[in-house]
Design a protein around this ligand. Structure first.
Ligand SMILES: C[S@@+](CC[C@H](N)C(=O)[O-])C[C@H]1O[C@@H](n2cnc3c(N)ncnc32)[C@H](O)[C@@H]1O
Length: 189
């Protein structure tokens, strides 16, 4: 059976993350990716998790407390396009990994969703903060309004990167319905 893209993304990211690394969750949501990152940076590492919505911070805070991982994570209620300035202001030079899981917060206001323009701004911001070696992972869903356009914008952005410095992989699961999710990975080499 095919491995779900979220698992593929996690496998790839886990291969990069080392004890005491710094990582960013650019779309915190309900905190599943934040927990995954916190587990993988170890007790001396740090995760910076962003979301626009206080509901996301509340849900993620509870999930982290439940797992005893709160100390490893800063929860930031801000637009992810500001991630590079947040890191610079907090004297964090670079991070090993930046994760985007695009779309809307499940079970919440679907009008608050990621958008092509701010996502590309955030990806440019992410590049400024990415360590070498390091990885940006973008999981793009295409079934909701605006999702297809956003996935295309991410791919146009990724394909334009300098191939001497970045390896880009685009993964679309085989044998999947009409609007498959897509995984776009950018590795700094
Ligand atoms: C699909 S959910 C993320 C799921 C999450 N990774 C998880 O593990 O539960 C997308 C999230 O992105 C957030 N979001 C949308 N636009 C944003 C922006 N410009 N900056 C930061 N977060 C944003 C939404 O509020 C939503 O919570």
């Amino acid at each position: 059976m095919a491995v779900p893209l979220v698992e593929k993304a996690h496998q790839k990211i886990a291969a990069y993350l080392q004890e005491a690394d710094h990582a960013v969750d650019a779309t915190m949501g309900n905190g599943y990716d934040t927990v995954f990152l916190a587990e993988n940076v170890g007790q001396h590492g740090k995760v910076y998790a962003f979301d626009l919505q206080s509901a996301a911070l509340t849900a993620t805070d509870a999930r982290l407390k439940d797992k005893g991982l709160s100390e490893r994570v800063n929860l930031i209620q801000d637009n992810h396009k500001n991630l590079a300035s947040y890191l610079a202001n907090n004297k964090i030079e670079s991070v090993r990994c930046i994760v985007f899981n695009l779309g809307y917060l499940p079970g919440s206001d679907k009008t608050i969703q990621t958008s092509p323009q701010t996502t590309v701004q955030a990806l440019n911001s992410a590049l400024l903060s990415l360590q070498k070696p390091g990885i940006i992972s973008v999981l793009a869903y295409t079934g909701h309004i605006g999702g297809r356009q956003e996935a295309e914008a991410v791919k146009v952005w990724a394909k334009a990167l300098d191939k001497q410095h970045y390896r880009v992989t685009i993964d679309v699961p085989p044998l999947v319905k009409q609007s498959p999710p897509e995984l776009i990975l950018v590795e700094s080499i």
